[in-house]
Design a protein around this ligand. Structure first.
Ligand code: ADP
Ligand code: MG
Length: 286
C-alpha cells in the first residue's frame, strides 16, 4: 500500500491561454493538506476547483507557483517521473463517472485493467477482489457498465481510482449526478477508503449536505481560497503574502476601501472596521 501523502501548494496560479482571451482560473492558492486528511473543495461553478484538482494530479503544469505532493515537487519531475507519479502516488477521478471507465468492459475488467496498468508503472496494487470489496462494488462486478445506475458507475470509477492504492485520491464532483441515497453511499465510501487505506482524500463538491459530512472544507472563490470550514466553524484564511479574504456574507458591509484596524486584545488580535472622515463636519468644502 502506498503511504498517504501530504499536499502543499505555494502561490499557485493558472492561466488558460486561448485565442483572444486569457482566463485566470487560479490566482494564488496556498493550500496545505495533511497526509491522511479528508478535505472538501467547495465553491461556485467556475471558481477554479477542477483546475486545482487537475494540477494536484499532475495533469498539466501551473502557470506559476509550486505543488508538493509527499516528497515530490511536481514541476521538478521529468515527463517519465511524472507518469510514474501519476500511476503510483495519486489517482484523479474526473467529473462524470464514465470518463474514468472503459465502456465495453465489466466493472471487474475495468479494475483489472487499471491494476495491470498501475503495476506496469510500478505501483503497489491492491487485489481486484479487495478493490471491489473496498468500495462495495462486488455485487455488480460482472455487469456491463450499460446496466448500472449512476451511483454504481461512480463506485466503479472509485474502484478504478483505488486500483494503484494511491497515497492521494482526488475526486471531482463524485456525487453531482446522484440521488440522496447514492450520494450518502459515496461519501461513506470515501471515508472508508480514507480510514482503511489511510489515503489522503481531496473531494470537490458543491453539495452542502456532502460538505457537512467532511471534517474540513476549503472554499475556492475566484481562483483563491475564500475561507475554510472546520467542524462546522467558518474561518478566513490568511494568504502566504498576508491578505485576508472577507467572508462573502459580510462583504456588503465592508466595501472595497474599508479601513480595518488590527488591534491587540486579550484573545490575541481583533479586527475593527473604521469609518474615517465621514462625519458631517469633515466632509469636502466647496
Ligand atoms: P470549477 O471546477 O470550479 O467550476 P474550473 O477550474 O473548471 O472551475 O474553471 C475555472 C475557470 O477557468 C472558469 O472561468 C473556466 O471557464 C475556465 N476554464 C476551465 N477550463 C478551461 C479551458 N480548458 N480553457 C479555457 N478556460 C478554461
Ligand atoms: Mg469543475
Amino acid at each position: 500500500m502506498t503511504t498517504a501523502q501530504a499536499i502543499t501548494t505555494l502561490g499557485l496560479v493558472h492561466i488558460y491561454r486561448s485565442e483572444g482571451q486569457d482566463v485566470a482560473a487560479l490566482s494564488g492558492v496556498d493550500l496545505s493538506v495533511g497526509a491522511g486528511e479528508v478535505v472538501g473543495l467547495l465553491g461556485p461553478s467556475g471558481s477554479g476547483k477542477s483546475t486545482l484538482l487537475a494540477l494536484l494530479g499532475g495533469l498539466f503544469r501551473p502557470s506559476a507557483g509550486k505543488i508538493f505532493v509527499g516528497e515530490h515537487e511536481l514541476s521538478a519531475l521529468t515527463p517519465s517521473q511524472l507518469d510514474a507519479f501519476q500511476a503510483r502516488e495519486t489517482s484523479l477521478m474526473l467529473q462524470g463517472a464514465q470518463r474514468n471507465l472503459i465502456p465495453y468492459l465489466t466493472v471487474r475488467e475495468n479494475v483489472e485493467f487499471a491494476q495491470v496498468e498501475a503495476r506496469r508503472l510500478g505501483a503497489d496494487v491492491i487485489g481486484v477482489g479487495r478493490g471491489l470489496e473496498l468500495v462495495g462494488a462486488t455485487e455488480f462486478a460482472d455487469a456491463k457498465l450499460g446496466r448500472l445506475s449512476q451511483g454504481q458507475l461512480q463506485m466503479a470509477a472509485l474502484a478504478v481510482a483505488m486500483a494503484p492504492s494511491p497515497g492521494v485520491l482526488l475526486a471531482d464532483e463524485p456525487t453531482s449526478a446522484l440521488d440522496r441515497v447514492a450520494r450518502e453511499r459515496i461519501v461513506d465510501t470515501l471515508m472508508r477508503v480514507n480510514e482503511d487505506q489511510g489515503t489522503t482524500v481531496v473531494v470537490v463538491t458543491h453539495d452542502p449536505e456532502v460538505a457537512d459530512r467532511l471534517p474540513r472544507t476549503v472554499t475556492i472563490r475566484d481562483g483563491r481560497i475564500g475561507g475554510e470550514g472546520r467542524s462546522g466553524k467558518e474561518y478566513a484564511v490568511v494568504t502566504a503574502d498576508g491578505f485576508i479574504p472577507i467572508p462573502v456574507h459580510i462583504r456588503d458591509q465592508l466595501p472595497p476601501g474599508t479601513l480595518l484596524r488590527i488591534e491587540p486584545d486579550e484573545a490575541g488580535y481583533r479586527i475593527v472596521p473604521e469609518v474615517i472622515g465621514q462625519d458631517p463636519g469633515s466632509g469636502p468644502v466647496d
